[in-house]
Design a binder for this molecule. Structure first.
Ligand code: SAH
Length: 335
């Protein structure tokens, strides 16, 4: 529940609106997981809350700390027996938490493990927020960044993802700046346009993954709905409206989209678009795709750099490879 929902709950129960703000702070700023610890809330109202509501909704099923870096994958069980995964990644002073927005995913991008599960259901706002509360309580480094790059398509669960983001952003909640919250979408055009119109200024990433419609449609069935040029233009609109750079993600798949011609075509496609490019070397899962070798990855990135030096091109080496916690490897499995 957000602050307004908590306020209505209080008013309905004959309490003041002000109480709603107190509940909000107890849960989201202080991470209190029991109504009985809310010392400024009267006893009879605490009893009412205990009777009718729960604070924690996810149970921790398992945790997988990486042996190679400081990342941890957490497997949660939902109240109705589904499994979702969250990844905490610590790198010096930066602590990024990768959140899931759905159980599974409907999109079926051919290179992604989550896509193979199909969609089970959306996560509630509470289930999204609970992931972050757990990481904050269990990992001893303050959270600096949140990315919706775990399981699911965040824009297929638009309201709950944005509701949760608002709780992360609120000074009475997690107090994260809007630049510290990134939503990554497969490229659902209507939702991108809706988001551009919003006041909210969270960072947006679009998974391009190809430089033309032919290749993109082969690896991402959703591309049959909106063309790559439409997405690039929507990205440009985002950058212009929000005064923030759109990020384009590009998973590098050996022999599919990693050639020098592909790099040049991408550079041309993005010419004049204020953007950042994140190249993601493919994290292998079962199936036919492979990661290109390092020299191909370097070459691809150099071509983009050289084409126009104002591009910010970054190669994103996923953390937690040994615990299958990299981009696209999350599938809610225990073991
Ligand atoms: N549904 C959202 C979030 C997905 S995960 C989206 O599509 O953007 C975040 C990124 O990981 C996406 O850019 C996705 O294309 C990429 N990805 C998926 N599977 C991958 C894999 N096996 N290796 C590397 N990146 C992958």
């Amino acid at each position: 529940m957000n602050q307004e929902e908590l306020q209505s709950l209080c008013i309905e129960a004959g309490e003041s609106k002000f109480r709603g703000g107190q509940l909000f702070e107890w849960m989201y700023r202080h991470g209190i997981s029991s109504f009985d610890s809310m010392s400024n809330v009267n006893k009879s109202f605490r009893e009412h809350l205990n009777e009718h509501f729960i604070i924690q909704t996810l149970a921790v099923e398992n945790q997988f700390p990486s042996k190679e870096d400081k990342s941890v994958k957490i497997l949660f069980r939902t109240h109705d027996g589904h499994f979702i995964e969250t990844v905490s990644m610590v790198d010096k002073n930066r602590h990024t938490v990768c959140l899931s927005s759905q159980v599974g995913c409907a999109l079926d991008c051919h290179f992604c493990a989550t896509g193979k599960m199909g969609l089970k259901r959306n996560l509630s706002t509470g289930e999204i927020v609970d992931q972050l509360i757990y990481v904050r309580e269990s990992i001893d480094q303050s959270i600096t960044n949140v990315v919706f790059m775990g399981m699911g398509e965040p824009f297929h669960n638009y309201d709950n993802v944005l509701n949760a983001s608002d709780i992360f952003h609120s000074p009475k909640g997690f107090n994260l700046a809007s630049t510290r919250i990134t939503i990554s979408t497969v490229g659902l055009l209507p939702q991108i346009n809706q988001f551009i119109k919003e006041k909210r200024r969270y960072k947006l990433a679009i998974s391009l993954n190809a430089s033309n419609d032919k290749v993109r449609s082969e690896i991402m069935p959703i591309n049959k709905k909106w063309s790559i040029v439409d997405l690039v233009n929507a990205g440009k609109e985002y950058s212009n409206q929000k005064k923030r750079l759109i990020m384009f993600e590009y998973v590098l798949l050996k022999g599919i989209n990693d050639s020098e011609e592909d790099a040049l075509e991408l550079a041309r496609l993005l010419q004049g678009i204020p953007c950042k490019i994140n190249l993601i070397p493919y994290n292998e899962i079962e199936g036919k795709y492979q990661r290109p070798d390092e020299s191909t990855i370097t070459k691809f990135s150099e071509i983009l750099h050289n084409y126009r030096d104002e591009y910010r091109v970054l190669v994103r080496w996923s953390k937690g490879q040994d615990i299958a916690a990299g981009c696209g490897q999350l599938a809610g499995q225990n073991g």
